[in-house]
Write a protein that binds this ligand. Sequence first.
Ligand SMILES: [Zn+2]
Length: 234
Amino acid sequence: MTTYERIVILTGAGLSAESGLDTFRDQNGIWAKHNIEDVATPEAFARDPQTVLDFYNARRRSARHVRPNAAHVALARLEADFPGSVITVTQNIDPLHEWAGTKNLIHMHGEILKALCAHCGARKPWEEDLTVDLVCDTCHRAGGMRPDVVWFGEMPYRMEEIYDALGACDLFISVGTSGNVYPAAGLVAEARAAGAYTVELNLEPSEGISMFAEAIHGKATVVVPAYVAKLLNS
Ligand SMILES: [Zn+2]
């Protein structure tokens, strides 16, 4: 068995792409077809809430009909079988990590299958479309029900916990992340500063590749199960 004791895994859109979910930043990704300023900011929600809700209603419908792939399953197996601690931090808003069985999970950009009341902060599981006339069943006010996702200009969730985990980890694995979106892009630097060994598993070299001690490039459903098997058998 390895000498590692505490693993932090950071995952991004490249992990879920092979489950059939559109990525955001690729050439043909979601941001090539929609303006961020129109659909993914608090200002857009204030100005034209139904357009924002419809954008995320489409994302929610897609997320409900996909299944975890072999890479999600391998990462869940790593968490289950590794004798030390494993924390998975995901930038993905889809539910595929938890559907694969991952338990110790931080959704730093929120979850598409939850709604958040902008008036009172209540969060609830949500599978149907959101509309502007919905009434929050906690505070009974209308017009505030939004997807529980972190918009541009908002603070990612649970950053203190994430930095604590990075400061204590001895292995950091980045899976399917482009490495150009902060604060996620800065997480590898935190892990390095803490003395962790850093590994990139990605379809192609990311923008942050110089921060990694090791990089393995290929399809997530191929390279992730192989890397997990090696880690668990070494
Ligand atoms: Zn409310």
